[in-house]
Design a binder for this molecule. Structure first.
Ligand SMILES: Nc1nc2c(c(=O)[nH]1)N(C=O)[C@@H](CNc1ccc(C(=O)N[C@@H](CCC(=O)O)C(=O)O)cc1)CN2
Ligand SMILES: Nc1nc2c(ncn2[C@@H]2O[C@H](COP(=O)(O)OP(=O)(O)OP(=O)(O)O)[C@@H](O)[C@H]2O)c(=O)[nH]1
Ligand SMILES: [Mg+2]
Length: 456
């Protein structure tokens, strides 16, 4: 399929000043000669220069648009192939007309992610960089974007290469040991320690997964509490709009409501839920069942109390049931008389003092936002500037690597022949190679690139 010439509209389907049709493959140059007419006589296009002229429909000879074009020659292009870019006006009809002309001139429509896939297949980028391109495009927070750009510039790959080198060193030690197994003095006495140190490195990297996930998808924070504490009022207040229905009637919210806010570059999905109490009907029962589902998947929980009355059995029940969750206790309605004692709450969540706010009047909200941010960051162990992994795929490959490293260590400790450990280390190398793509299968590539847009 690499011999095909592929083409796609590379800019979004909307109105814009300029739109780009991108072409990659061996026919790029002939397509240019066939479709483009400049007022100058051009016998040879210099790579990476912009040329001005008209784009002509190949069958009718009609002028489709006034354009700029640029040709890049293999291997010095993004894909590593001859590439042509046509910069036309950015309307959907004109872009489609230009694309049709390109297809008539011998290209076929590109599949999602196919340009990037070709860049990978021609060794221009590795798989962590390919994934990073997708992440750069879909990033929704500044933190997510920073991570994606770091990966695009090869930061994660460098880290993986360090692990790879450690594995290769260990393999060399084991192989020497296998060769000289007759000798009394074994040269590989330090191998178990090296395997141990490698495991630790992998574990540290694995622990960054939650952070990477939060950078890309944001963190889920559930607002929970008994009915009428002001959960929906708090959602509205944090969002700055009246999104959820607020009434003085306990049991107002039955379904959950999810909206995203951005706290200093961290994307938080806030989930307002039904007040938790013994349900009065089937609808409420279903609503409360869903709260527990949301709580189980949450990165953090805002447990909301009503400060204008004392703690009830419902509050106590929640304190007990949420003891093992990542909870931020918050007391609402600070504008009313304070009737709630903090002691029982602090006793449940030692080290945290509940924050008093008023969702109705916006009191204490900046401090609350900072606390929500800390709740999520501390839990995920987020540190600025650290190299993180960013996909489930990378996580699974690292876990597989770790498993084989542990296996190698065990077999050495059990006094088995170093051949067994060597076998495991080779498997570990294979698993680690999936991350950069050296040992990735077609199936893995399909999965990664099919989530890209066409033209990328
Ligand atoms: N117009 C346009 N803008 C774009 C892209 C593109 O393909 N076209 N990109 C595409 O995603 C991104 C930039 N990435 C690119 C990566 C490599 C090369 C490239 O031609 N590399 C050659 C030459 C390097 C050099 O001389 O500095 C190479 O690596 O050999 C181009 C763009 C974002 N902006
Ligand atoms: N005085 C005062 N009243 C508040 C405050 N926050 C919410 N309320 C009131 O408390 C009542 C309940 O508010 P909601 O936001 O609907 O409470 P909820 O927790 O979502 O209730 P359910 O959906 O029934 O579980 C409403 O009458 C609100 O106006 C506050 O900070 N101060
Ligand atoms: Mg509500």
């Amino acid at each position: 399929m690499l011999e095909d010439t592929i083409a796609a509209i590379a800019t979004p389907a909307g109105v814009g000043g300029i739109g780009i049709v991108r072409i990659s493959g061996p026919k790029s140059e002939s397509i240019l000669f066939r479709l483009f007419q400049s007022s100058h006589r051009i016998s040879r296009y210099q790579p990476r220069r912009l040329y001005h002229g008209d784009l002509i429909a190949p069958t009718t000879g009609q002028v489709l648009d006034e354009v700029l074009v640029s040709l890049m020659k293999a291997p010095s292009s993004f894909t590593g192939e001859d590439t042509l870019e046509i910069f036309c006006h950015g309307g959907i009809l004109i872009l489609e007309a230009v694309l049709s002309a390109v297809l008539e001139a011998g290209a076929r429509l590109a599949e999602p992610g196919e340009f990037t896939r070709r860049a990978f297949l021609h060794d221009r980028i590795d798989l962590t960089q390919a994934e990073a391109i997708g992440d750069v495009i879909s990033a929704r927070t500044s933190r997510g974007l920073e991570t994606a750009v770091a990966h695009l510039k090869g930061k994660l790959k460098q880290k993986i290469d360090v692990l790879r080198k450690m594995l290769i060193d260990i393999l060399a030690l084991l192989e020497t040991e296998i060769e000289f197994s007759e000798d009394v003095e074994s040269p590989a006495a330090e191998t178990p320690a090296k395997l141990q140190s490698l495991s630790e490195h992998i574990e540290i990297l694995l622990r960054t997964y939650d952070q990477g996930k939060i950078d890309r998808h944001g963190a889920a924070v559930v607002i929970a509490g008994k009915p009428n504490t002001g959960k929906s009022s708090l959602l509205n207040c944090l969002l700055g709009e009246k999104r959820a229905i607020v009434t003085p009637i306990p049991g107002t919210t039955r379904d959950f409501i999810e909206e995203a806010i951005n706290i200093q570059g961290l994307s938080i999905r806030l989930i307002d839920t039904a007040g938790i109490r013994p349900p009065e009907d089937r609808i409420e029962q279903e609503g409360i069942r869903m709260v527990w589902e949301k709580l189980a998947a949450a990165d953090g929980v805002i447990l909301l109390f009503d400060g204008s009355s004392s703690l009830t059995e419902e509050d106590r029940d929640l304190l007990k049931r949420l003891a093992d969750y990542n909870v931020l206790p918050v007391i609402n309605k600070t504008d009313l008389d304070h009737r709630l004692g903090e002691e029982e709450i602090t006793a449940c969540f030692p080290g945290t003092s509940p924050l008093w706010i008023s969702a109705k009047f916006g009191e204490g909200i900046p401090a609350l936002k900072e606390k929500i941010r800390r709740l999520v960051m501390d839990r995920a162990g987020i540190q600025d500037g650290e190299i993180v992994i960013s996909s489930l795929r990378q996580k699974m490959a690292l876990e597989k690597t770790l498993k084989f490293v542990a296996q190698a260590r065990n077999s050495l400790e059990d006094g088995l022949s170093p051949e067994f450990a060597a076998l495991d280390v080779r498997e570990a190398l294979e698993a680690l190679g999936e991350i950069g793509g050296e040992t990735a299968t077609e199936e893995i590539l399909d999965r990664i690139f099919s989530s890209f847009c066409i033209g990328k």
